[in-house]
Design a protein around this ligand. Structure first.
Ligand SMILES: O=C(O)CCC(=O)C(=O)O
Ligand SMILES: [Fe+2]
Length: 175
């Protein structure tokens, strides 16, 4: 796992925290037992985490686009999550629709466990990790956000040719 800070990429931490705080349309995942109580918003593609996954068009945002290109070039979807104090994420593996490599921005403070390692994440820290390894987020003590970038395995993007961002980009090139 390597570590950077969004300030290394020229992003201002305070502005980015404000951006997180003022996001509207954050949704809950009421059926999720591993991420109970967190709210989220998808950018790029939205991935509904059922089996098989359903891929739809998500929100678009210039900041997310720019950050993602530094953190995980070729990303297909970005998930903004908000955790209130006491909310965390139980041990899990990410959905198999995703490539395992995740690039994540941490806003606030958190304890992240992966395999047999534990990391104290600092404000603005950027981490990359293999989400096919068991990982968890301990319940946070203060308000915290994460913005995580993932690539979708190409065979799943091809299954939804009409409603994903890559298809839209391709259409623009074709025209
Ligand atoms: O918010 C985090 O740091 C953990 C996110 C995560 O593991 C997930 O969304 O699958
Ligand atoms: Fe995860």
């Amino acid at each position: 796992m390597n570590f950077d800070n969004i300030e290394d990429f020229g992003f201002d931490l305070k502005s980015f925290r404000n951006w997180c705080e003022y996001q509207s349309n954050m949704k809950s995942m009421p059926s999720s037992k591993i991420a109970f109580g967190r709210t989220h918003k998808w950018f790029g593609n939205e991935v509904i985490l059922v089996h098989p996954a359903v891929i739809k068009k998500g929100h678009w945002d210039e900041t997310v686009d720019r950050l993602g290109d530094y953190i995980l070039p070729g990303w297909d979807c970005a998930l903004l999550c908000h955790y209130r104090p006491g909310v965390g994420m139980k041990p899990h593996y990410d959905h198999s629709v995703f490539e395992p490599l995740v690039g994540l921005v941490n806003i606030g403070y958190a304890t992240f466990r992966i395999g047999n390692q534990e990391h104290q994440l600092e404000d603005g820290q950027v981490i990359k990790f293999d989400s096919s390894i068991l990982h968890e987020l301990l319940p946070v003590v203060s308000e915290r956000w994460s913005l995580s970038f993932r690539r979708i395995k190409p065979q799943f993007l091809r299954t939804y040719p009409t409603n994903n961002v890559c298809a839209t980009k391709l259409k623009l090139i074709e025209n």
